[in-house]
Design a protein around this ligand. Structure first.
Ligand SMILES: Cc1cc2nc3c(=O)[nH]c(=O)nc-3n(C[C@H](O)[C@H](O)[C@H](O)COP(=O)(O)OP(=O)(O)OC[C@H]3O[C@@H](n4cnc5c(N)ncnc54)[C@H](O)[C@@H]3O)c2cc1C
Ligand SMILES: NC(=O)c1ccc[n+]([C@@H]2O[C@H](COP(=O)([O-])OP(=O)(O)OC[C@H]3O[C@@H](n4cnc5c(N)ncnc54)[C@H](O)[C@@H]3O)[C@@H](O)[C@H]2O)c1
Length: 509
């Protein structure tokens, strides 16, 4: 999927040859026939119809409208923003923040000379603050649609033909929306596990875990990935005894091994328990407590674990149910994803797909990048997304953020490399705020010093990682970062020091 730099340069040359006018960029649609079915001439036909109003879909719709294309977005949930805004990124970050404040008030404020009596949780108020954040943001996107003249159709869309979508509208009735180009941005849904029925009360998906009305005494999490660790952290901070059952031998299997070990130790200090190499083989909900039968991943003696609530967070599946893909012949792969080419085109002419429904990391910012690039291709321009440089962040405390290759991947590729590390204990800002857990790790090619991967565990790692993402995007060396002046005292200085340690020596350790 990633477009090579060479292809990008070619694209820019093509762009320069065709569309620059008086110093301003004017978009020429002369190339569009190569990429799409062209553009609408009739009054009721759209240039672009987007099915799904999540981060992939709504961003694609706004960008298409900004490029001068007549655009409609169809969304069935009655609110824009998709999984991310309604039941994903935003509510989880709201609860992570609120629960962190509670935990800090209970465990750290006194050290800073702030004394409070009887710190209490008002769970309803906490949920209320989360809900307010969601509704403000979803209304904000509706405002952006109006500003950019995107038509918003509320309802469930289904293909009648490659250029016609039948919509069962939320207000009742059916309407047909026509488009020269259709973008499928229908996202993903929780992956269920055999024999486990999600009721969103005692056996919950992330959606249920974001809206519990009572703090469970015992919470069992199935899957030590992004959702399990973030939602596990929320409820552990609020007082639940959290046990995470993970099939693989490690938490977040995609993470750099060294960082992952430190991360697990940190979560264990926060009283989260881990049962690795373990699978759930049966769940019994017939009594007051849920009983999970566990077994080693490779088979062996069984044991029983009791919980009040069980969170199923073992991954997500692409969502295309009821979309009528079979009517128009859009192909899907073994796990239901829609394969696309480098222009996000499916096997059916004029039908494109982006975001969680296609292969690649299931992340909101990746879906947004897909959306922009896809409509740029439709408009006859050249989009660009490099999946190797998509940052990933686990928003626990400390946060863990990474971009580029892990040390294990670099080793496997046989590239000679150097590693530079800097512990947060050597960072004056982290020490001054008494939040110095973690490390910055940089991996660079030995011969050229070009940065291959950056892994950060610390408070605000999710903000710090973007310096590294930019460095990777522009092919920077560790010396480039090390010689860039960083403001003092900041957590970012740890990135500079790790870069110094990569090509030479750090100062403050
Ligand atoms: C608990 C949780 C936390 C997360 N946290 C983060 C995070 O912190 N950072 C991050 O980057 N990612 C996070 N994610 C992942 C992120 O939410 C997804 O990667 C992102 O939402 C994908 O965007 P999308 O536009 O492809 O799909 P979605 O956001 O899933 O949107 C698809 C939309 O299409 C609509 N739709 C589906 N079928 C139809 C149809 N036939 N007609 C009309 N509408 C339809 C759906 O209702 C939905 O609103 C999180 C996910 C979860 C579950
Ligand atoms: N901060 C973020 O960016 C963020 C937050 C939440 C979700 N997300 C996205 O949402 C997606 C889904 O999140 P997720 O946490 O459900 O998936 P995940 O892929 O991150 O983790 C799933 C985990 O479950 C384990 N697993 C799978 N089957 C199992 C089984 N039968 N028993 C025990 N463990 C099992 C896997 O080994 C893996 O570690 C992720 O791909 C992620 O991209 C991102």
């Amino acid at each position: 999927m990633a477009m090579a730099n060479l292809a990008r340069k070619k694209a820019i040359n093509l762009f320069n040859n065709t569309v620059i006018s008086s110093g301003a960029l004017r978009y020429s649609y002369s190339l569009s026939s190569t990429f799409s079915r062209g553009f609408a001439s009739g009054s009721d036909e759209n240039d672009v119809v987007v099915i799904g109003g999540g981060p992939g879909g709504y961003v694609a719709a706004i960008k298409a409208a900004q490029l001068g294309l007549k655009t409609t977005c169809i969304e069935k949930r009655g609110a824009l923003g998709g999984t991310c805004l309604n039941v994903g990124c935003i509510p989880s970050k709201a609860l992570l923040h609120s629960s962190h404040m509670y935990h800090e008030a209970k465990t750290s404020f006194a050290k800073h000379g702030v004394k409070l009596d009887n710190v209490e949780i008002d769970l309803a108020a906490m949920m209320g603050q989360k809900d307010k954040a969601i509704s403000t943001l979803t209304k904000g996107i509706e405002g952006l649609f109006k500003k950019n003249k995107v038509t918003y159709v509320k309802g469930h869309g289904k293909f009648l033909s490659p250029s016609e979508i039948s919509v069962d509208t939320l207000e009742g009735g059916t309407t047909v929306v026509k488009g020269k180009n259709i973008i499928i941005a229908t996202g993903s849904d929780v992956k269920g596990l055999p024999g486990i029925t999600i009721d969103e009360k005692r056996i919950v998906s992330s959606t249920g875990a974001l809206s519990l009305t009572k703090i469970p005494k015992k919470l069992t999490v199935i899957g030590a990935g992004y959702i399990g660790l973030e939602m596990g952290s929320v409820w552990a901070r609020l007082g639940s005894e959290v046990t995470v059952v993970e099939f693989a031998p490690a938490i977040v299997p995609s993470m750099d091994g060294e960082i992952r070990k430190q991360f697990q130790r940190s979560l264990e200090k926060q009283k989260m328990k881990f049962m690795l190499n373990t699978k759930v083989v049966a769940v019994d909900t017939t009594t007051d407590v849920v009983k999970l039968t566990l077994e080693p991943s490779s088979g062996g003696d069984q044991s029983v674990l009791e919980a009040d609530v069980v969170l199923v967070s073992a991954g997500r599946n692409p969502f295309t149910s009821g979309l009528g893909l079979e009517t128009i012949g859009v192909e899907t792969d073994k796990i239901g994803r829609i394969p696309v080419d480098e222009r996000f085109a499916t096997n059916v002419n004029g039908v494109f797909a982006i975001g969680d429904v296609i292969p690649g990391p299931m992340l909101a910012h990746k879906a947004e990048e897909d959306g922009v690039a896809c409509v740029e291709f439709i408009a006859g321009l050249h989009g660009h997304v490099d999946y190797d440089k998509v940052p990933g962040v686990v928003y626990t405390h400390p946060e863990v953020a990474s971009v580029g290759k892990t040390e294990e991947q670099v080793k496997e590729m046989g590239i000679p490399y150097r590693v530079g590390k800097f512990p947060m204990l050597g960072n004056s800002r982290a020490k001054s705020i008494d939040d110095a857990e973690g490390v910055v790790k940089i991996i660079a090619e030995k011969e050229t010093d070009k940065i291959l991967g950056v892994h950060i565990m610390c408070s605000n790692a999710g903000e710090l990682i973007h310096e590294a993402a930019l460095a990777l995007t522009y092919g920077a060396s560790s010396e480039d970062i090390a010689r860039t002046c960083h403001a003092h005292p900041t957590l970012s200085e740890a990135v500079k020091e790790a870069a110094m340690a990569t090509y030479d020596k750090a100062i403050h350790i």
